[in-house]
Ligand binder design. Sequence first.
Ligand code: MRU
Length: 363
Amino acid sequence: MVTLEEAKRAFIPKLRPLRWDRERHVLTILDQTLLPFEVYWVEAKDPSQIAEAIKSMRVRGAPAIGIAAAYGMVTALNSPTNDIKESLNALAKAKLQLDAARPTAVNLSWATSRMLSKANRLVHEGEAKKVDELKELLEEEANRVYEEELEAELKIGIYGFEKLNDGDVVLTQCNAGGLATGTGLGTALAPVKLARALGVNVSVVAPETRPWLQGSRLTAYELMTDGVPVTLISDTAVGLVLYKKMVNSVMVGADRILADGHVFNKVGTFKEAVIAHELGVPFYALAPTSTLDLRSSVEEVKIEERSPDEVRTVRGVPVAPEGVKVYNPVFDVTPPKYVTAIITEAGIIYPPFEKNVRKIANM
Ligand code: MRU
């Protein structure tokens, strides 16, 4: 098995969409609404600006919105106050604002809860007596969220690499690469990137992922930047590609994975999983353990619905009769029976998931 040190040496991230300015306490975000046509960075200096960037999907992907939200919590302390209690209130308010930005990815509330608990602990245990101290320690915590994510992805890459053979082609969905995680590496794309970096010949088939086109705009761009061969297909070609055995496995990311193994991910994932299962192609969900939600039931998870105009138009150009009724859910849920394994930084989880997900989560 490849070691963490070997993986770190092999893969140098190129596309890192989040930059934290340590001097000014501002998050700079690569605007993913404009890629690949324009490389444009926006600055966010308070929780409302970071919530807006998440809502509008300038920053998107479960781990990346978690990292952005962690820094968003630090920016809650940008407004001048010397009152530590006022700062804790500002953090509680920022958490509500950030959590409300998008409903499906659990990483968002996971990150804000971690930051808020840390702040409360620091203040109540007397480690942070002044607002400046609190801010510095919270900034370190947000940096840790980022560093831990990067290390988790390297480990996911190592475990996922074990599932690949020379010459393999992997079908993915959406963009679960470094643009979606903030690190430049990714979850679903980590094994193929690591494989290529180690000289193993693998490639990717990326469905375009209507309506937002994460596959064509982001995955194709990211993989081309990283030197991984990629073939773009329309979403409607997924069945044929699997039927013709043009891919050896399916590797997707996740926005939330429940204790019983239900996988919430970009709409279209469920269809891939069912067809793959039917045709005997392995289907893997790759995600850090921060994506595990051990508390919710399937019915409790809210699947985000976005504007009908995302479906009526393609990047502003109408493709349907004006005013047509639209249903635009942007995630779906894959039942555990279609999931071959869940690949996390703590190991590979095989069925029965209702027993094994908790085992990994509690490690
Ligand atoms: O709506 P998006 O673009 O935020 O959806 C992203 C996905 O569905 C990803 O597959 C998921 O967040 C995992 S990212 C590593």
